[in-house]
Design a protein around this ligand. Structure first.
Ligand code: SAH
Length: 370
């Protein structure tokens, strides 16, 4: 065997950072055949073997090289909470000491894992508690796929992860390459083999990245809409100032073209007296007239310090009925894991804020003039 690659830096390569394509290139760089990639994926993800010495279909010298130069490293579960409805939340610690949260939602016939993409979030959606944490950094591919790996291992044979939603902490499209590599990994036949209909990425509307995604990765798309007028959306989802509704809708239409009968799911958080009038519902119909859409209404989940209230059950039902009657499939998201703060928008982890958001908010809120 002819090793042409010396590790560039003394730090070992974390093999969970590489999807099949990346691994194939890695092995070719070592003078190996590209199919070593699928062998390795199978060992790691399907056979749960992390000791390179036990990977019996790799040559002895390759095993020795991997032992010397590579690691299989995941985030580590430091807290596990199980809600009364059996939803589980794990706090996972990354090597840098920050913590992110991952949630498993068991349902009849399926198990959905809600995965984080960043430590904190750089966006400042006013109704989301992750936003209040500020931002530290993007998660690596290993830290994203590692959440699936660790969660499935922890669940063992008691439950299977059948669906993944990139709806945990962070804006996945602002960590494009690592998120796409991790999603490719989840869908790989040699790992978990999830179908593209069972992997969903949710975005607040990073329009240029939405076009890129349509081109390179066919997964289900969910868009956090939350308002049908630019003026209100500017306030709730501030990235709207950069990419307003008209541009967002155009990107959604583009994504829907990937395949016939494909739909985009629009998430709409129900905020009492803010975005929940029948006029808003009619506005939603108008906005989505030319996009193949489904709507998912999300009851607002409060968190300490939040000033919004959730719309009443009656209002949510009327809102839903108006949309359904007009022919758009509309559901109200069942709130899960509320008693352990695992519901949408409640994930906080532990973030060493580098964006100094906290400072900015404090200053903005004080009367002090420098
Ligand atoms: N940043 C991405 C991924 C987060 S997904 C995005 O914005 O889509 C989490 C979903 O929960 C998003 O639709 C988000 O807007 C919504 N959400 C955030 N805070 C919430 C809260 N307090 N109550 C209900 N839903 C919330």
């Amino acid at each position: 065997m002819n090793f042409v690659l010396e590790p560039v830096n003394p730090k070992k390569v974390n093999l969970l950072d590489l999807d099949r394509k990346g691994l194939a290139a890695f092995f070719v760089g070592l003078g190996e055949k590209p199919f070593r990639a699928t062998q390795l994926l199978k060992w790691i993800y399907q056979e749960d073997v992390q000791d390179f010495d036990l990977m019996s279909n790799l040559s002895k010298s390759l095993r020795a090289y991997l032992t010397e130069n590579c690691v299989i490293e995941t985030p580590e579960i430091v807290v596990e909470q199980i809600a009364s409805d059996a939803t589980r939340k794990w706090v996972m610690q990354t090597h840098c000491g920050n913590r992110v949260e991952t949630v498993f939602i068991p349902e009849e016939g399926r198990g959905t894992l809600c995965v984080s993409s960043q430590i904190g979030c750089a966006l400042a959606c006013t109704f989301c508690s992750t936003a209040q944490q500020g931002f530290n950094r993007n998660l690596s591919t290993a830290e994203i796929i590692g959440q699936v790996f660790v969660a499935q291992k922890r669940l063992g044979t008691t439950a299977k992860i059948t669906n993944v939603v990139m709806m945990g902490m962070g804006e996945p499209l602002l960590n494009f390459d690592n998120v796409v590599a991790a999603m490719n990994l989840m869908m790989d036949d040699f790992t978990y083999g999830l179908s593209k209909r069972r992997v969903t990425i949710s975005t607040s509307g990073v329009v240029p990245a939405m076009y890129r995604l349509t081109e390179v990765c066919d997964v289900s798309l969910a868009v956090s809409l939350h308002a049908v007028r630019d003026e209100l959306r500017d306030e709730l989802v501030p990235i709207n100032k950069k990419y307003p509704l008209k541009e967002l809708m155009e990107a959604c239409r583009d994504n829907a073209k990937i395949a016939p009968r494909r739909t985009v799911t629009f998430e709409y958080v129900m905020l009492a007296g803010v975005n929940d009038s029948m006029d808003d519902a009619r506005g939603l119909l108008k906005l989505l007239k030319t996009v193949p859409a489904k709507i998912n209404l999300i009851p607002f989940n409060p968190f300490p310090g939040s000033s919004y209230r959730c719309s009443s059950k009656d209002t949510m039902n009327q809102f839903k009925a108006l949309l359904n009657d007009a022919g758009i499939v509309t559901t109200i998201r069942k709130t899960r894991g509320e008693d352990i703060d695992a519901a949408c928008g409640q994930l906080v982890g532990q973030v060493q804020d580098k964006s100094r958001r906290h400072l900015k908010l404090t200053n903005a809120g004080s009367n002090h003039v420098a």
